[in-house]
Design a protein around this ligand. Sequence first.
Ligand code: DC
Length: 229
Amino acid sequence: MQRIIIALDGYSSCGKSTTAKKVAAKLGYAFIDTGAMYRAVSLYCHEHHVTLTNPKEVDKALDNIHITFHFNEHRGASDVYLNGLNVEDEIRKMYISQMVSEVSAVTTIRRAMVAQQQKMGKGKGIVMDGRDIGTKVFPNAEIKVFMTADPVIRAGRRQIELLEKGEMIGIDEILENLKKRDYIDSHREEGPLTQAIDATYMDTSYMTLDEQAEFVLMLHDSFVSRNVK
Ligand code: DC
């Protein structure tokens, strides 16, 4: 069967990564969570006290950052590694969420990550989720979905995720963080979060994760059936 690129973009905590993981598993595709890459860069910047407004410090950091993904059988998805160390759990913590939008707004950081993401998708057969996948990373992706959901519902989902990882954070703090990130993500100069003109809009407020995955799989099947040679 024809192997394609599926780009899932949208706001924080809309279920992009879980949907992407399910779709990739069903199709036997690779799944790349690009948010994890920006989170890993944020962790590095935090640990090494990188001043984001100092281009030399940022360039030096980028030279020293090596991000890889390795499949975790238990999770059924790839964990992200920063310089050989599994940082999958650490990067999901609230202190990283609080700095990641600022980090991912730095143009040189974006360019470095986008170049790496484009390399990963060269062979196609990939589901990639993020903010600029359908607009910047793969503007020619065969399928593009733009995901959104009610902010209060998103904050509730995020709270459960954090609780499952042992972090108890109030809903107001989470909601404020989501709104702030959405604003920064949508208003930065380089690769802002915006719906690609040819993306399908999906509001996940009242959809289950299975329904979200089925919707994307339906788009996939319909694309493939229209393009059989
Ligand atoms: O998907 P996430 O919430 O883990 O992403 C974390 C942050 O990374 C998000 O606030 C914006 C940024 N990001 C980005 O700028 N571009 C992407 N392609 C993916 C994520």
